[in-house]
Structures are given as structure tokens and as C-alpha cells.
Write a protein that binds this ligand. Structure first.
Ligand code: BG6
Length: 483
């Protein structure tokens, strides 16, 4: 059996240090890596094996698996050196048990596979993991797909979306399809609307260069958020495997109601954080243009046109510099048809909610009404909580570790297929075009540390709804402005 080698392009970057190495280390510690595995970091920075190991900073038993090669991955001439180094490390001629990981800036996603092909490194048995965003819009995603298809077979291509590696995201499938009592309610007859939030309390950190070209739509919505929509909305596949699961995902994307002029104007709110207290505004971040109109916040109302979901709005939002970090899905059920207990001093019964907490405080909460103990018939909302902490001996695993291990084992279920990538871009493309053609379309400033533009609340109010915010907003509305 030939030795397993993972070749990481972009090995001197942030993703490698913050996510990939900790994931590899945890797989190694839990004895889930192949025997004698080799990691070859590739990047322009001039490290030696030793300085690379020191930079990564793990103990010797793990570090001795790490190696480094300094080449410029955008140039063809370094690829022969990769091949030589692989032969030397494995002691094999034409080693083929290879996993390439593209943790580089997206501008290299199209170039590297072509160089791999020219150097003959796209051998059968190799796999390639590509980070998101895969493409910049529909056309560029199609072009990238064509490039990949000319170098690899689809089963060798792993387009990663680390949200799918999260235990709590995968559990949506078990929760829906391994329980009998929820699925009969999981449709337009019982669900009023769905809310999906993935917000963070930090800014763009050192990633100004990348983020300026991406924005929240490409960074979070076109991949992570829409993936959560798919898990929430999909039909149960007849069998559970990579093809059937991914077929259902694509069907959801194909059912997204195309964005109309009205949607573009009224059902999309984009924002950008402005300075507040000690927090910088987006335009003050490094490598960000002084007049940048890149969005760091998006809220959208989207619809799914099929028998299950017709007429049920899905409100999705993401933002940087929010008051807290939270990713959750809230299923808002319809109210009771009649308010029997409502009276002068008895409030309306509130509609049931099911909260799927992706992170943090991973768990599931069902909110329901209860008679307040004592005289009369006042009702109040209480909750039944399941928290992953209750499974004391089973820690919630790391998303990257799960996905890398799946790829090593040739299991592509939790990776995005080429048709899903295109279907998702197809849906968002009109919005990207609209912003491009109309740069003056509203972009709302929100003070860093708040819940985003007030207009996003107004969008929900149309449906008599409002966002579920786990902690309070700043109240000073003077700080909100159109940019
Ligand atoms: C990444 C985005 O894909 O996801 C980042 O590029 C974002 O901007 C991150 O911070 C959020 O992931 P998580 O797992 O921390 O919620």
C-alpha cells in the first residue's frame, strides 16, 4: 500500500495554522491518520522542515510527519520539485496516494490543478480538496468546474464547506429523519417561517485583501448559509449515501424561487460595520479601500417553491462585528388557530419554536406554552433543552478533522458536488449582478457590536416577525446611517 501524503498549498497561511494542523493533530492523537502519513506543506515563504515545524508548534512525534517545500504555486516550474520531493519522502516512484489541499487565495484555485496536470501529478488515486468560495459568480464557478473536470474525475474533487463538517449540522438529518414525530409537521401547513443566523463578534481580522473581493455573500451566504437551508428544507433521501444525499441538496437549490426585482430591492439588506467605541470600522481595516462598498452583513428573505415549502419565508442573515458569535436555526411553527386563554390579563399564547443550536451551546431547544402555576389560566413559554454537554464522554468533534478523515476514506457525502455549486451560484447571481450594476444600491452602516442594519428588522416585520437576538442591541439609532 503506498504511503499517504497530504500536500497543503498555502501552508504558510492562516487556515493551515488555525484549522488544518489542529485537525490533523487531533486525527493523529486519536490514531485516525493512516500509518506513516506524510504532510508536505507548500508555499512561497522560505521555511525549512525545521522552521515550518517550529511555526506549527506541535510535539516531535507529530512534527516529524511534517515537511516543507518552498515554491511559488502559481508558476509551473516548481511542480517537478514537488514530484521529486514526494518520491524522496515516500521512497516510491510516482506515488499516487496523494491528497492535495488548496488552502491558498481563491485566485490560485484554477491555476494549481492545471499545473498538477502538466506535471503528471493528477494520478488516479489522488484527491483534491478546494476551499470556498469556489468561484466568484456563476460563470467563474462553471469555468472552474470545467478546469477541474479536465484534470480529475468528479469523485476525486472535494469542494469543502466546513459547516457540513459540524456535528450539529449533520445532526439536522438525524433529528429530522431518524425521528417520527417532527417530519409530519415539517412543512408549510405547520411552519410559519424559518430563521437562520450565522453571526460573529469579530471583524475580518487580517483578511482584508481576501474579504474586499468576497464580502459576506461569497464568504458565508453562497456556501455555509445556503447549505443550512438545504439541510433544513431537503426531502429525505431513499438511502443515505453521497449521491442520494447530494441529489436532495441540489433539488433544494433548484427550487429556490428566483430573486425578483422586488426581492433585490426589498428583501435583501446589506450592511457594513462602522467604528464604535474601541472597535474599528470596516473601512479602517488593513487592505480595505477607504470608500469600500463591500458588505460585512447580509439579511435576506428567500423562498422555496415546492410542495413542502411554498409560501414559507426563510430569513437568513450573517454578519461580522455583531454582539456575539452564534449560528442557529429557528423553526417558527404556526400559532394555534384560536386563542382560548387570551383575556384581559392573560397574554396571547406564543407560537412554538424549535431552536437548532449549531454553535456555541450546541443543542436543541423546543419552546412551548405552559399554564403558569396558580389561579386563572395564564400561559407562558418554557423550553425543553437538549445540550451536547449532556453527552459527557462524546465531545463535539472538529469540523475540519471530520472532513479530512472522510476525504482520506474517499467519502464525498459531506462535500459539495459540481452541480450544487452551480445551482447555488445560479440563485445568487442576479444579486451579484444587481450590486455590480447599481453600486449605489443601499449599503447600511451599523455600529460594530450591534445586530446590523435596522432595515433588516423592518424586512422581518412585514411578516409580523422579528429576529431572535440572544442578547440586546445598542439602542442609539443615530449611529445607523446609509453609506
Ligand atoms: C469561514 C469564513 O468560512 O467561516 C470566515 O471565511 C468565518 O469569515 C468562518 O469567520 C466562520 O466559521 P465558524 O466555524 O467559526 O463559524
Amino acid at each position: 500500500m503506498s504511503k499517504f501524503v497530504m500536500i497543503i498549498f498555502g501552508a504558510s497561511g492562516d487556515l493551515t495554522k488555525r484549522k488544518l494542523m489542529p485537525a490533523l493533530f487531533s486525527l493523529y492523537r486519536e490514531k485516525r491518520m493512516p500509518d506513516d502519513f506524510i504532510v508536505l506543506g507548500v508555499a512561497r515563504s522560505t521555511y525549512t522542515d525545521e522552521t515550518f515545524r517550529t511555526r506549527i508548534g506541535y510535539d516531535d512525534t507529530f512534527s516529524r510527519h511534517l515537511h516543507y517545500l518552498s515554491i511559488d504555486p502559481s508558476k509551473a516550474d516548481g511542480y517537478a520539485q514537488i514530484d521529486q520531493r514526494l518520491e524522496q519522502l515516500t521512497g516510491e516512484t510516482k506515488p499516487a496516494n496523494l491528497l492535495f489541499y488548496l488552502a491558498t487565495p481563491p485566485s490560485l484555485y484554477g491555476i494549481i490543478p492545471q499545473h498538477l496536470k502538466r506535471a503528471g501529478l493528477n494520478r488516479p488515486g489522488t484527491r483534491i480538496i478546494v476551499e470556498k468560495p469556489f468561484g466568484y459568480d456563476l460563470q467563474s464557478a462553471q469555468e472552474l468546474n470545467n478546469i477541474y473536470a479536465s484534470v480529475f474525475e468528479e469523485h476525486q474533487i472535494y469542494r469543502i464547506d466546513h459547516f457540513l463538517g459540524k456535528e450539529t449540522a449533520q445532526n439536522i438529518l438525524a433529528f429530522r429523519f431518524a425521528n417520527g414525530i417532527f417530519e409530519p409537521l415539517w412543512n408549510r401547513n405547520y411552519i410559519d417561517y424559518v430563521e437562520i443566523t450565522a453571526v460573529e463578534n469579530m471583524g475580518i481580522e487580517e483578511r482584508g485583501g481576501y474579504y474586499e473581493g468576497a464580502g459576506a455573500l461569497r464568504d458565508m451566504v453562497q456556501n455555509h448559509l445556503i447549505q443550512l437551508v438545504a439541510l433544513t428544507a431537503m426531502e429525505p433521501p431513499a438511502k443515505f449515501n453521497a449521491e442520494t444525499f447530494r441529489n436532495e441538496v441540489v433539488k433544494v437549490y433548484d427550487s429556490l424561487r428566483p430573486l425578483t426585482e422586488e426581492d433585490l430591492n426589498e428583501h435583501v439588506v446589506r450592511g457594513q460595520y462602522t467604528a464604535s467605541g474601541s472597535r474599528k470600522g470596516y473601512r479602517e481595516e488593513d487592505n480595505v479601500a477607504a470608500e469600500s462598498r463591500t458588505e460585512t452583513y447580509i439579511a435576506m428573505k428567500i423562498g422555496i417553491e415546492n410542495w413542502r415549502w411554498s409560501g414559507v419565508p426563510f430569513y437568513i442573515r450573517t454578519g461580522k462585528q455583531m454582539p456575539t458569535k452564534v449560528t442557529e436555526i429557528v423553526i417558527h411553527f404556526r400559532s394555534t388557530p384560536h386563542q382560548m386563554f387570551h383575556g384581559e390579563d392573560t397574554p396571547y399564547a406564543r407560537a412554538n419554536q424549535l431552536v437548532i443550536r449549531i454553535q456555541p451551546h450546541e443543542g436543541i431547544v423546543l419552546k412551548f406554552e405552559l399554564k403558569e402555576p396558580g389561579g386563572g389560566f395564564k400561559v407562558k413559554q418554557v423550553s425543553m433543552d437538549f445540550s451536547y454537554d449532556q453527552l459527557r464522554d462524546v465531545p463535539v468533534g472538529d469540523a475540519y478533522a471530520r472532513l479530512i478523515e472522510d476525504c482520506i476514506q474517499n467519502d464525498a457525502t459531506l462535500f459539495t458536488r459540481s452541480d450544487a455549486i452551480e445551482a447555488s451560484w445560479r440563485f445568487f447571481d442576479p444579486l451579484l449582478k444587481y450590486w455590480k450594476e447599481k453600486p449605489e444600491a443601499p449599503l447600511y452602516g451599523y455600529p460594530a457590536g450591534t445586530w446590523g442594519p435596522l432595515e433588516s428588522e423592518a424586512m422581518m416585520n412585514e411578516h409580523n416577525a422579528s429576529w431572535t437576538n440572544p442578547c440586546k442591541n445598542l439602542t442609539n439609532t443615530d449611529q445607523y446611517c446609509e453609506l
